[in-house]
Design a protein around this ligand. Sequence first.
Ligand code: GUN
Ligand code: ZN
Length: 441
Amino acid sequence: MDALILRGEVLHFLDDPGAADHDASWQHWADGYLYLQHGRVAACGDWSARDAAALAGVPVHDHRGKLILPGLIDCHLHYAQAGVIGSFGRQLLDWLSDYTFPAEAAFSDPQLARRTAAFVLDRLLAHGTTTAAIFATVHPVSVDALMAEAEHRNMRLICGKVLMDRHAPDNLRDSAEQGVADSAALAARWHGRGRLHYAVTPRFAPTSSALQLQLAGELYASQPGLYVQSHLAENLAEIAWVGELFPGHRDYLHVYEHYGLVGPRCVYGHGIHLDDGQRARLAAGGASVAFCPTSNLFLGSGFFDYAAMLDAGVAVGLATDIGGGTSYSLIRTLGEAYKVSQWLKTPLSPLRGWYLATLGGARALRLDGCLGNFLPGKEADCIVLDPAATPELAFRLQHGGTLAERLFALSTLADERHVAATYVAGRPVSTPHLELTDADA
Ligand code: GUN
Ligand code: ZN
């Protein structure tokens, strides 16, 4: 039988805990269980309350002393930038031309694309990320590579071919019509296949002509369930450039609105330099924003006001933004998100942080019907965190503490070394990192 029970400390979210970590928004069992069957959650609760007779004979993975959470959800990253993470001394526009574009140009090679896709997905899993929204490059083969590797791992994943028909090197430009025709063909091949989704992916307004944005909007509207992913208001020079390129529009966001690219399943990276009116328009459109703190700090882009965004009613998820971001770990990303929130005097509360990394991300990607928590019927993607995996965190937690205190210490001190196991669709995944952990045990 395709069934498994995980035993350990279990935590999941039913709703946004809000700034005060409202306790009706989450469920927690110090000695809990999660019953996984046919790739889905069949039940969860207190270990002592399980139906022992019905569950007799089902194998138990004993994770006592560890914390079981829904798989983490990374709402925005670029897999082809794995080779340029940590490149010195540039802000967004120069960083793109000096480091990013040359790296992405190599992804016309299907073998390089396949190898890099496999590497990045394995590293994401080892870091506890089970679902992601990923930019490929302008080359259709780069999408085929990532989708094939995601299918092989049975991950729920969103990916799309970058659309870019201007302001990029010759070897990275498509044309308005061909780029969108290629996107439509990729969507026909991959969208809705297994756990895969296609995202229409105009890189950002400056690298698409008006015609390409228009065709992208038409493609998004042409099929139910398609995503859009792009970038918005990340950097002040970028915003000024959009103003020059699209003089007839009232602001950056209006460019995307005008071309029908602000709706449900439209996920924008960054959204740092926006006002309340623009946040209200994003909310009214049903678009989401990916909070990428390590990238925003690394590229000197600015401080994302997560609280204003949530207050405006915009769905916000967390994201690594590899390779502008500096870590594959959403746990480390959470730690940096807190520091940004402190700068803005709206400290991200401990439970709300973990909500953003799980159910919040699922909501931002409109996948909360199937992911994000352990309600029965949800897909069984989950992780197991071992607070004792490093001496520093073990020392910090030697006297225990409240759930909020322990979660906050985890988000400050934990990272991929604390990911003891990752399960995808009810099965443990083996990655180089996890094999090492097993060998040590
Ligand atoms: N804006 C347009 N392209 C990119 C990219 O690749 N990374 C980031 N961080 N911002 C962008
Ligand atoms: Zn990005």
